[in-house]
Unconditional design. Structure first.
Length: 255
């Protein structure tokens, strides 16, 4: 997609402060799908000409979106809309690793896929009304070794239908590739890129009631990683809870 395709997509900007107004114009094009995940955006000179602003203004607006995880700069290649399609399994939103650097799991199993009223606490985190419908998914991550299977992680998702309405149980079961992270799957299948998260982590042992709900063993010792996932413009789109067995678990992240 070249710059000519975007001439009608980038309106002239009003005055002050120009870099913030340009940032919103660029973000609007991404939200509306004019530039999709992985697309290369026009270069600095083209954006400056299209919007009648200085290159300095363009650089500031683009850098702000890059700092927010919306855009990716590739040296010598240009600037692209954030995508997970070209990333491997491990990236900034995949902090769990094994201490001995072995593969943590090699099998995924979808346990539950349903539409339910959103729990009150999660409605608050996602800024939606109480009782709002939400897609609720529970998945097991299993380490299979010969005939033995060990549950190493329980992934619970609460996804807003306005963004994930096209996600089906069949797609989750059959189109999830071995090399996929959840975010790479979202990007490839739905055109959704998670750009930032708010997280908290705590230790817990599964109660009998919680274990039954999650189809796990009571007393399972886990690190519970809860996170709000946000897309372009820091828009909340889902809430994810990873309950990770503490056996052979290491959390790696940058601050």
């Amino acid at each position: 997609m070249d710059s000519q395709d975007h001439q009608d997509a980038l309106p002239m900007l009003s005055r002050e402060p120009l870099y913030l107004k340009l940032k919103q114009v660029l973000l609007k094009n991404i939200r509306e799908g004019i530039w999709k995940t992985g697309d290369k955006i026009p270069n600095e000179q083209q954006l400056a000409s299209l919007c009648n602003v200085s290159i300095g203004t363009v650089r500031k607006a683009v850098q702000m979106l890059a700092d927010e995880g919306v855009l990716m700069k590739r040296h010598g290649a240009g600037t692209y809309v954030k995508t997970f399609k070209t990333l491997g399994f491990y990236h900034q939103f995949q902090p769990a690793c094994s201490i001995d650097n072995t593969q943590r799991y090699n099998k995924r199993k979808t346990i539950l896929f349903e539409i339910v009223p959103i729990p009150d606490a999660i409605a608050f985190y996602l800024s939606v009304p109480r009782g709002h419908s939400v897609l609720h998914i529970i998945r097991h991550m299993i380490k299979e070794d010969g005939k033995a299977e060990k549950l190493v992680s329980i992934d619970e998702l609460f996804l807003l239908p306005r963004y994930f309405g096209k996600l089906t149980e069949n797609a989750l079961r059959n189109r999830f590739q071995d090399s996929d992270s959840l975010y790479k799957f979202y990007d490839r299948e739905l055109g959704i890129a998670v750009t930032s998260q708010k997280c908290k982590i705590q230790y817990e042992e599964l109660t009998s009631q919680e274990a039954q709900r999650l189809q796990a063993s009571a007393g399972m010792k886990v690190l519970k990683l809860s996170r709000i996932s946000m897309a372009f413009g820091r828009t909340p789109i889902g809430f994810r809870i990873n309950r990770m067995s503490v056996d052979n678990l290491e959390i790696r992240f940058d601050l």
